[in-house]
Write a protein that binds this ligand. Structure first.
Ligand SMILES: [Mn+2]
Length: 380
């Protein structure tokens, strides 16, 4: 029985919003990404899996801060000292576009038991009879995938594929993040592996029987608001028998409140609805979004923004998104009108100012004649 921990998309170094962590003076969301990874490492050093695979986007950027690097270094040394091998591929977030930039991963390659794969190509990492076939974010991911598929046949033992990409699921489903440099691959031809450890898609999900995304360890946008975050424990016996358990990590609470719909409400009712929503959710230490829909512009201008700020101050981040009511005149103006080309042309000629030396009436007649001629031609 081989026991593996599969984690991905930790995005260490991510920071957002203005709240600072009181103890450290650092950005609160940055501290949150550290806390999530440390929780995982705490669990791992006690549970001692045979190997940890990290499916990419360990860091949030190509050039993490010294603080983020030093934090990761500390955690990897803990794993190394606990004798737990750690294999990580570079994801689209930390892979430089120019090779000359160099990879932050090179700093970790001399730590015993830490295997970093960032060379723009497929690599095989062997840990006892466990084979980790690793493909980092690279230029020709389909080509590298074929190399991996062929190489698989010459290896015995338990075989895991480690990938950072979007993949096709069943039917027309695609697991993508809508990022400019992401890659999309097929995995239906990767049948010969005991397990496919996927990274990039932030939601923990089973793609097919032996292929899973571990998901990210924190929520990085309101798109992820309803997702549970954590990592996977995978038990494989090499005969196709497996057991996969999701372990949840404690993360910052993120809430997308039920929107306030202002249609048919008067100014007082709108103001009350907004403050009620804020108070009901107890925003303390949370990341919260409230949408206020169809609010008339004059009501928006009469809101007490200082009061709203006071009510939401305890949140790590509280964003109120207003969508304004559009008045009827505006709506009418936005209605597309489809008149005939002749009518449009006549209206245009009436309004259009041209030099006095040009006979406007004559020009208008000529234009109409040309249009008629063109129409009869295209009918033929
Ligand atoms: Mn990614």
């Amino acid at each position: 029985m081989t026991r593996i921990f599969h984690i991905a998309d930790t995005h260490i170094g991510y920071s957002a919003y203005r709240r600072m962590d009181e103890a450290t003076g650092l950005n609160q969301r940055e501290v949150d990404t550290y806390a999530a990874f440390k929780q995982f490492v705490d669990f791992a050093v006690v549970e001692k899996p045979e190997v940890i695979v990290h499916a990419g986007d360990l860091f949030d950027s190509v050039r993490p801060t010294n603080r983020a690097i030093s934090f990761v270094l500390g955690q990897l040394i803990r794993l190394s000292e606990a004798g737990i091998p750690f294999v990580v591929i570079s994801g689209n977030h930390e892979t430089p576009r120019l090779k000359e930039t160099g990879s932050v991963f090179s700093l970790f390659e001399h730590i015993p038991g830490i295997h970093v794969v960032y060379g723009n190509k497929y690599e095989l990492v062997e840990i006892g009879d466990l084979k980790v076939h690793a493909i980092p974010h690279c230029d020709d991911i389909e080509g590298e995938k074929q190399k991996m598929r062929l190489n698989r046949d010459s290896t015995g033992g338990v075989n895991i594929a480690l990938l950072h990409a979007g993949v096709y699921g069943a039917g027309k489903q695609m697991f993508l993040m809508d990022e400019f440099n992401e890659q999309l691959i097929t995995i239906h031809d990767l049948t010969n592996f005991d397990y496919l450890a996927l990274g990039h898609y932030h939601k923990y999900i089973r793609v097919r029987d032996n292929a899973y995304y571990a998901g990210s360890t924190e929520r990085f946008s309101f798109n992820e608001v309803n997702e549970t975050k954590g990592f996977l424990e995978v038990r494989l016996d090499g005969d196709g028998e497996k057991e996969i358990v999701f372990h949840e990590l404690r993360t910052r609470e993120m809430v997308d409140l039920e929107p306030v719909v202002c249609t048919n409400l008067d100014a007082q009712e709108i103001k009350r609805a907004i403050t009620d929503r804020i108070q009901e959710c107890n925003p303390e230490d949370k990341v919260v979004r409230l949408k206020v829909l169809d609010i008339p512009m004059q009501v928006y201008h009469s809101l007490d923004f200082d009061e709203l700020k006071r009510l939401t101050r305890s949140a790590v981040h509280f964003e109120i998104k207003y969508e304004f009511k559009r008045d009827n005149e505006l709506r009418a103006a936005e209605q597309p009108s489809f008149r005939s080309l002749h009518t449009e042309y006549e209206h245009f000629m009436e309004k259009y100012t041209i030099g006095a030396h040009i006979d406007k009436k004559r020009l208008k007649e000529l234009g109409l004649q040309y249009m008629q001629a063109w129409e009869s031609e295209s009918e033929e």
